[in-house]
Design a protein around this ligand. Structure first.
Ligand code: 0X9
Ligand code: CA
Ligand code: CA
Ligand code: ZN
Length: 310
């Protein structure tokens, strides 16, 4: 469980209950399933939100993923905020209603349930980042686009940025990959936009991470310009700093690189609150910060939903 005073964060079992309740309370506009299981066998839940959700409509699809990194618990709350807003406010809030009716919204609130449960074991924060396979794989270095290419990950199992034995060696990344691959219908990827939420730094990041070049293989000047334009608009809405992800530091095998490189999905990473911290404390904001710091991204979520249809 979460340490005393941080009970506002959701454990895996509390998250599961929230998703089941959202689905039960809004059966017409939700479909609860999963993308597969973690290394330790936990289900990785997937909630679809759309008008007549059981049907695969010809509407732009959008994906939100959270909690690839175990200790980044605020991100799970971000995905829950998206779930609550697009279900509870349906029919009353005009913007929400229009998006639910014109998009298919997919939310994966925890990509790394084993790691996040481990991080709160014994009611004390463990400072854990990776999954729980062996000494742990950094899921955000395990994706199969330019995996291990460029010095942006480690081959040592003890490293915090261990890339794993092979691309998609982690069941968690493989499960999300299989889901995204399954959204190719008649040769066309249905998902047009994606945000992967992390903490911390208050940044909006776009691909590529493996090279500091902005124009390169799989990224034309025009495409790079679109990322810059949308990235800046997103950052204007929440006060984060926009930049190409490699301007922060070089990574390889990260999620945005694969989403764009493999599927041409407009894929961003958000580094949420706080802007800075010392030691591990930036990963552990108060639960009082959950509401303001997730609502802070409502407009950015709407911008991504709009751009996904553009
Ligand atoms: O290192 C990561 O995976 C992300 N930061 S975190 O502190 N949440 O671990 C950032 C990934 C963004 N990509 C690059 N900076 N290239
Ligand atoms: Ca508190
Ligand atoms: Ca569809
Ligand atoms: Zn992270």
């Amino acid at each position: 469980e979460f340490p005393a005073g941080d009970e506002g964060f959701h454990t895996y079992s509390e998250l599961t209950t929230e998703l089941e309740d959202a689905a039960a309370d809004h059966p017409d506009i939700t479909q609860l399933s999963d993308v597969g299981s973690s290394h330790e066998g936990r289900t990785i839940p997937l909630l679809k939100i759309s008008g007549d959700a059981a049907r695969d409509a010809d509407e732009p699809e959008v994906l939100f993923t959270c909690n690839q990194h175990a200790r980044e618990h605020l991100t799970t709350e971000m995905c829950l905020r998206i779930v609550e807003r697009f279900t509870d406010d349906y029919g009353t809030d005009r913007t929400v209603t229009d998006f639910v009716d014109s998009r298919e919204i997919y939310v994966i609130p925890t990509v790394n349930p084993d790691g996040s449960e481990h991080d709160i074991e014994g009611g004390q924060y463990q400072g854990w980042r990776k999954n729980r396979q062996g000494r742990g794989t950094d899921l955000n270095r395990n994706w199969g686009y330019k995996w291990g290419c460029c010095g942006g990950s480690s081959g040592y199992p003890g490293s915090e940025t261990y890339r794993g034995e092979a691309a998609f060696s982690a069941p968690e990344t493989a499960a999300v990959r299989d889901f995204v691959d399954s959204r190719v219908v008649d040769g066309e990827q249905q998902i047009e936009g994606h945000i992967d939420f992390h903490t911390y730094g208050e940044l909006v990041l776009w691909p590529f991470g493996h090279t500091t070049d902005d124009v390169t293989e799989d990224m034309t000047e025009q495409q790079a310009q679109r990322f810059r334009d949308v990235g800046r608009e997103l950052a204007d809405s929440n006060g984060y700093t926009p930049q190409q992800s490699s301007d922060l530091y070089v990574t390889d095998g990260d999620v945005n690189g694969w989403m764009w490189g493999e599927h041409r999905i407009l894929s961003f990473t958000f580094e949420m609150y706080p802007a800075d911290g010392s030691g591990l404390d930036g990963f552990y904001p108060d639960d009082e910060d959950i509401a303001p710091e997730t609502e802070r991204n409502d407009e950015a979520v709407d911008i991504l939903l709009r751009e996904a249809g553009a």
